[in-house]
Design a protein around this ligand. Structure first.
Ligand code: GTP
Ligand code: MG
Length: 136
């Protein structure tokens, strides 16, 4: 099975959507949450995590937003969980996301799109090392 890194972004925490979002992940058959932490992210962590976007116009505001309050970081394990959580989340732009997805149900703003989930096995391994270095 696979492991993926999920972040409930500061908007999700501020809006009281932690339980709602975790509930959707938790209810999927045969997936489990194997680590979870509420924490504020520092500049170093965010630069590592979103390094692929450095230089893009949305990078600085994205990092500022991700540092604007605590996030919930989770490790989710299970069958095809990388693709699966991305599908539950929906596409990056919440207005383009289908109702029924997390972003489609709760989001409107591209930056404040509630959830991060690793986009490939390679990203999952890289991101899990950043957020949960003790685990792998
Ligand atoms: P993450 O799970 O957060 O990585 O989202 P993603 O994989 O769906 O999107 P991507 O990695 O391409 O971009 C990271 C984050 O940057 C997105 O979740 C958005 O919050 C933000 N972002 C991406 N593209 C844009 C954009 O064109 N405009 C703005 N304002 N924000 C963007
Ligand atoms: Mg991404």
């Amino acid at each position: 099975s696979q492991r993926t890194l999920v972040l409930l972004k500061p908007d999700a925490v501020r809006r009281g959507l932690i339980g709602e979002i975790i509930g959707r992940i938790e209810r999927k058959a045969d997936w489990s949450i194997t680590a979870m932490e509420l924490r504020e992210l520092g500049q170093d962590t965010l630069e590592q995590h979103y390094g692929e976007h450095r230089g893009k116009p949305f990078y600085e505001p994205l990092v500022a937003f991700m540092a604007s309050g605590p996030v919930v970081a989770l490790v989710v394990e299970g069958e095809r969980v990388i693709e699966g959580v991305r599908r539950l989340a929906g596409p990056t732009d919440p207005i383009a996301a289908e109702p029924g997805s997390i972003r489609g149900d709760f989001g409107t703003i591209v930056r404040e799109n509630l959830i991060h989930a690793s986009d490939s096995e390679e990203s999952a391994i890289r991101e899990l090392k950043i957020f949960f270095p003790g685990i792998s």
